[in-house]
Design a protein around this ligand. Structure first.
Ligand SMILES: N[C@@H](CCC(=O)N[C@@H](CS)C(=O)NCC(=O)O)C(=O)O
Length: 241
């Protein structure tokens, strides 16, 4: 059983991570926004170390190891813990608005599942269907958001959640043939999201939540799949310049 101390200052943090994980990125962005020092330990999910499996009940990253003994898991829990124990807040004060943010954070996880279906879809029909489902989800987000960030001037946890979502498309849009991007039109007409994406891309906490070789890592990860997107990316490489 874990023992707890009321004093949460001066704690040491180790964030167990995987270099491509969007849930890890939320936690890293929150830690960086709050100026919290932490050690990042990347593991391979295809070969999880024994020490990680012993400590993590879910076998998922992120896992936050606090003072070398307390294990926290689930990115939303980690983000809120960091937020609560540092000055300022990345969640609204008003309980209804706070619940509203948590709802849209949860919707961010739904979108991440749709993204996984997008890059894993085996047939062209399923691939295009996944694109249309993503477009429908982003229509909901477009209708809710303010600017420059989700709820206006301040960068909050909900922004930390959507930044890794958009990062997938920053990379895919650069590597996919323009005709595929245009035909799917996932973000067509979503002007607020377009501006939000630019604000998020410029945010230092977002930039430094992944290593500089993230784009190549993501493309290699997708190309290794048996999927429609993998086929397109593999063919794009072979196409004459
Ligand atoms: N609900 C979890 C989801 C975390 C999650 O799904 N992480 C993935 C990597 S992005 C993972 O560790 N998967 C375990 C595996 O692939 O074996 C959270 O918010 O932290």
């Amino acid at each position: 059983m874990t023992q707890f101390d009321n004093n949460t200052s001066g704690l040491e943090y180790e964030l167990v991570s995987f270099k491509l994980c969007p849930y890890v990125q939320r936690s890293v962005i929150t830690l960086r926004e709050k100026g919290v020092a932490f050690k990042r330990t990347d593991i391979e999910l295809s070969n999880k170390p024994e020490w990680f499996l012993r400590r993590s009940p879910t076998g998922k990253v992120p896992m936050l190891l606090v003072n070398g003994n307390t294990v926290l898991f689930e990115s939303a829990v980690i983000c809120e813990f960091i937020d609560e124990t540092t000055p300022g807040s990345m969640l609204p004060e008003n309980p209804l608005e706070r619940a509203y943010h948590r709802a849209w954070i949860e919707f961010g996880s739904t979108i991440l599942n749709q993204i996984a279906r997008y890059y894993s879809a085996e047939s062209e029909v399923d691939f295009n269907l996944a694109a249309q489902n993503l477009r429908a989800s982003f229509a909901r987000v477009e209708a809710e958001m303010v600017l420059p960030f989700f709820s206006g001037e301040s960068f909050q946890i909900v922004d930390a959640v959507y930044a890794p979502i958009f990062r997938y498309f920053d990379v895919f849009e650069q590597h996919l043939p323009a005709a595929v991007v245009a035909e799917q039109g996932i973000f067509d007409g979503y002007d607020k999201i377009a501006q939000w994406r630019r604000h998020l891309q410029a945010r230092p906490s977002v930039i430094h939540a992944v290593a500089p070789d993230y784009p190549e890592g993501l493309i290699a990860f997708v190309k290794n799949k048996t999927s429609c997107l993998a086929n397109i990316l593999n063919q794009a490489k072979l196409a004459p310049a």
